[in-house]
Design a protein around this ligand. Structure first.
Ligand code: ADP
Ligand code: MG
Length: 700
């Protein structure tokens, strides 16, 4: 048996109680689990300071000296503060206990040489350390202490005396018990040229590094390993898919595409749209299934690219389908696509949850007979009852709500092992390194150019005590014929309060704008009602749309030129950017106004500043990733490519992600079937990881 699989109970210092505690609180069952329970910080214990050197703003320090005397101060009933005056000959400092002082007074002796460890502060002009760690100086061998690891423990553990120090004792024992070198997971011929430590060295050093350089090298090795296997898994999946399935060959650019391009297209394509179309056309001719992620900021013209991609399928005798995350969006796609295709012999239908009865049956029949050429819809289109005569291309708008598993359901709609081409579109720009990990099985195209003539949206920040002048501004815009969005936050935890908030706010606004007509839309309304209210705004019947974030994605009203976001502090960056993207779609100057209370947290201030500074979705996404970390980014949970990273951080370790990707790609290119004995160590490890990690199994 591999010693790392040994039950943690057999580790000296762990009895049945601690075994239970470790398992329940930290999920640690084996030696290996404990070894992979990494410290969250380290304190350098190789250096000893003199009292004279200390200042109040140092991190943890240690000093060797003697206690001169104790003093006790009463602090109310049964509370006392105990102070020990401590000196090493260079000066005097105070050791302070607010609790446990009695124990300290009894246990520590005046005149004995102690090693004192803690974080220094200043009180009454004197350095003090509260609740210090104290050891007999002669007992500790300073040079051997190096960096001391700190481990997270839970409240329950702390109550039972299992603090960081206790876990440290266990990891120290463990590292001692593991005499033989730990098994390697990546062959030396891969790690050596990259100057990476062995796994054995890295794991030991991560708990007990000699110095910060050592620690950094250990970290790099383990981060690389983690990212490398994630990439290997993704690329293996993609290569499997390619081997298992073929893609239709659509090499004909026929009359539909050409007619549309020459007669119906109301404007010239942007350079970016042309480039992306070129990439898509190339994909469709290879005989491999296209699996492409199209990223483009809001308003960059993705719908048109989607339409032309679908026309290629039609020209080759196949049908196409486009999925949107909401009914409103699907409806809008239907309208704009019908508008684009006016006068052309193409039947486009809408299928959502609200299409029922006879109409639904008609559409289903049309799909089966091939009479319906393009189907636009919501999740409803992946239901089993929806069958196509010849589905050739699928476009998925706003990827983050469709996971890999749902994409896979589409394969079932075609017979045999030739599957439809897939174009996934997202307006939530994803930084490259994150895309590589989340959507690593997709090729990526980027539209990085907005259609000409757009004026950049002007964004400003307004405190909520300035509403009167904000209302004046809104009135001026409406008098000029423009329309206005006013958004209220609606966050699930406090949905009820928010709804009340929205209702009240709506009344306030109605009173503030007696001359104008207002629409109101929120997530709790019936779909039909919502639709009607939206429609009033789209048609211009109402001038102000008061809404929650349901308008976040896709809604297109070019005449709207003002986006007011109330309580903007409650929105994330990418959400703010999405909302802002609802304006700036026409030729007029547009405005986005972020309203917040006066008092803001540091993070919120940063978010607001970035929004006011730039309209560039990629810059905003990068900033978002840095501020929030990848775990919170939209799409990470639902993506189906989810994974638990123990040590790497996609936001900060971008270069390592790239390196891991490149190395993994080389191996998959050389051994696409994962059979070469040369890489046996890797394939074994991958199998082991996939067995133990639930999330990883999700994509197999
Ligand atoms: P998104 O990428 O957000 O889905 P849309 O496809 O909705 O963007 O396009 C936004 C607007 O820009 C639409 O009104 C669309 O007709 C228009 N548009 C798209 N491409 C061009 C172009 N090349 N030139 C001018 N306008 C364009
Ligand atoms: Mg769109």
């Amino acid at each position: 048996m591999n010693i790392l699989d040994q039950d943690i109970m057999y580790l000296p210092g762990v009895g049945p109680n601690r075994k239970k505690m470790l398992s329940k609180e930290l999920g640690i069952e084996t030696y290996g689990d404990l070894l992979e329970y990494y410290p969250y910080k380290y304190v350098d214990r190789s250096k000893v300071y003199t009292v004279h050197e200390l200042t109040g703003d140092m991190p943890f320090v240690q000093v060797v000296g003697r206690i001169l005397s104790f003093e006790t101060f009463e602090m109310g009933p049964r509370k006392e503060r105990v102070v020990a005056h401590f000196s090493d000959g260079t000066g005097i400092m105070d050791l302070v206990w607010f609790n446990g002082g009695k124990y300290a007074r009894q246990n520590y002796k005046i005149g004995t040489k102690y090693l004192v460890f803690g974080r220094p502060g200043v009180f009454n002009n004197r350095i003090q350390v509260q609740h210090p760690d104290i050891d007999l100086a002669e007992k500790v061998e300073l040079s051997a202490m190096g960096m001391q690891p700190y481990y997270n423990t839970t409240e329950k553990m702390k109550k039972a005396g299992m603090n960081s120090r206790a876990v440290e004792k266990l990891t120290k024992t463990l590292v001692g018990v593991l005499k033989d070198p730990l098994p390697e997971t990546i062959p030396n011929f891969i790690t050596a040229p990259l100057h990476l430590m062995s796994r054995d060295q890295a794991l030991r050093n991560l708990h007990y590094p000699q110095d910060t350089k050592d620690l950094e090298r250990a970290r790099v090795r383990l981060k690389f390993e983690e990212l490398f296997f994630v990439q290997l898994n993704i690329l293996r999946y993609a290569s499997d898919q390619r081997r298992k399935y073929r893609g239709f060959v659509f090499n004909r650019i026929g009359p539909l595409f050409n007619d549309f391009y020459q007669k119906n297209l109301p404007f010239a394509l942007t350079g970016a749209q042309k480039r992306v179309m070129h990439e898509i056309r190339k994909d469709m001719c290879t005989g491999r299934q296209m699996n492409r992620l199209l990223q483009g900021d809001v308003g960059s013209g993705k719908t048109l690219v989607a339409l032309m991609t679908m026309l290629i399928a039609l020209d080759n005798g196949y049908q196409a389908c486009m999925m949107a995350p909401t009914e409103i969006l699907a409806e809008q796609h239907l309208q704009s696509i019908r508008e684009f295709l006016k006068g052309m012999p193409i039947r486009v239908e809408l299928l959502t949850g609200i299409v029922k009865g006879k109409k639904r049956q008609e559409i289903l029949d049309g799909l089966r007979s091939g009479d319906v050429h393009i189907l636009i819809g919501t999740h409803a289109v992946i239901e089993d009852t929806v069958q196509f005569a010849q589905l050739g291309t699928v476009v998925i708008d706003e990827q983050h709500r469709f996971g890999v598993a749902q994409r896979a359901k589409l394969w079932a709609k075609t017979e045999g092992n030739t599957i439809p081409h897939v174009l996934v579109m997202t307006a939530t720009p994803i930084p490259r390194t994150l895309a590589m990990t989340l959507y690593g099985d997709l090729d990526v195209s980027i539209i990085d150019e907005l259609p000409p003539g757009r004026k950049p949206i002007r964004t400003s920040h307004v405190f909520d005590n300035r509403m009167t002048s904000l209302y004046d501004g809104i009135r001026r815009q409406i008098h000029e014929g423009r329309q206005v969005y006013i958004v209220f936050p609606l966050i699930e935890e406090s949905e009820k309060i928010d709804l009340k908030n929205l209702e009240q706010g709506f009344e306030t606004l109605r009173e503030a704008f007696p001359d104008f007509r207002l629409s109101k839309v929120h997530g709790k309304m019936k779909a039909k009602e919502k639709e009607e209210e939206m429609q009033k705004f789209v048609s211009g019947e109402t001038q102000i749309l008061v809404a929650t974030t349901v308008i976040e994605v896709g809604v297109n009203v070019p005449n709207a030129s003002v986006m007011v976001i109330l309580e903007a502090q409650r929105f994330g960056l990418s959400q703010l950017h999405q909302l802002r993207g609802r304006v700036g779609r026409g030729a007029d100057q547009s405005f986005c106004i972020l309203v917040t209370p006066f008092k803001l947290s540091e993070d919120t201030r940063k978010r607001i500043d970035i929004m006011c500074e730039t309209n560039d979705g990629f810059r905003i996404a990068e900033a978002d990733l840095k501020l929030r970390g990848p775990g919170d980014l939209e799409g990470t949970q639902q993506s189906g490519m989810a994974f638990d990273l123990k040590i790497a951080n996609i936001a900060r370790d971008g270069q390592l992600v790239q390196l891991a990707r490149d190395e993994a790609q080389k191996i998959i290119d050389e051994d696409p079937q994962c059979q070469s004995p040369k890489y046996q160590m890797l394939w074994n490890r991958l199998r082991q990881l996939r067995k133990t990690n639930v999330n990883w199994a999700a994509i197999s």
